[in-house]
Design a protein around this ligand. Sequence first.
Ligand code: HEM
Length: 390
Amino acid sequence: MPRACPFNPPPQYAQLRAETPVRWAELTGGATAWLVTHYEGVRRVLTDPCFSADITHPGFPSTTPELLPALRGNRSFVRMDPPEHSRYRRALIPEFTVRRIEAMRPGIQSVVDAFIDDLLAGVPPVDLVETLAVPVPSMVICQLLGVPYTDHDFFQSSTRTLVSASSSPEQAMSAMRDLHGYLDELIGRKLREPADDLLGRLIARHLEPDGELTRQDLLMTCRLLLTAGHETTANMITLGTVALLENPDQLALLRADPGLLPGAVEELLRYLSIVDYFPARVAVEDVEIEGTRIRSGDGVFALLAAANWDPAMFDAPDRLDLRRGNRRHLAFGNGVHQCLGQNLARLELEIVFRTLFERIPRLRLAVPAERLPYKDDTPVYGMTELPVTW
Ligand code: HEM
């Protein structure tokens, strides 16, 4: 559903939540599914094993039904259920612990400083999407996985084509084939020349015949990490920067007390809810939510942006309040599929916002906020361009 403004969930959500928080609806693309819009209902869908994330189940809902056969044949673990899903999660959890991610702090700080040096060397106005928001998470995920950053133009554009609703099925399929070809070649290279990066370690510890993952499993995992790792954080950086610039009282609070930063990142995650309708599920048993009966085989969308603006959970949810203190947002999902990269995303966002506003204290939008180009044709909301000056 399109947003009227990128900060606010689609206006229909508030009405749905108040009147029919579990509602059968026709989706763009013609399929039908339940839309769940209140906080408790969304959390239930994400945590109750009556709802499956397995895209191969008949009835799994999609806003791009023509791509379903291809997505079913090339699914990553975000579209699987335990115990199949748990194999991947177990292999990856040691790579994403708070301690492991914290050890990346100096490296991420250097990446952020280098891109801000380049940005400051330019003549304002400059585009913050191209100079900072996309390159930082892209380079960080490349370093973590062991993917050459020099290939970023290729995988950024193929990822965008793959997830964009504006792409034709042929374009999306061709982007998927290109990306798979690229990653397969990379895996081949790492098999010949073992490397101490995430992909190298997965190969060494988990690849068949000694391990439990096939080469195809590895490829799908690598695609998921690469795509999930840069599009999301990049959009949080751009939208988060606009949200802070548009709420000068909140930015002033943050400047006065940098200790607010971790809480500020949580509040921005809730307020912006950039991943909204991605968590799709299918009921595998008859189940009731708030008096509404959902039948086995029905598709369900757990709308995260609607849950994160539920006034029953968050007072005045439409207000950006960096001192809110309530961190129970669902921006990273919940249950077994809760975002694997959340510690990394938090760290990147903290470092970027602190460094950006410290090093460029006069940072401001170069065009009025209402003229900024927003994108809502992918399951991750964001901006195509953010002209800033100082
Ligand atoms: C602000 C940035 C991010 C947001 C808002 C976000 C949001 C989410 C959400 C909502 C899910 C759950 C999907 C579902 O239940 O169907 C998810 C899953 C996932 N995310 Fe993130 N994510 C972010 C950053 C990252 C980063 C940086 C990485 C990688 C390094 C990452 C990797 C993943 C993976 C692998 C999953 C699937 C987990 C599973 O199925 O067990 N994410 N993310």
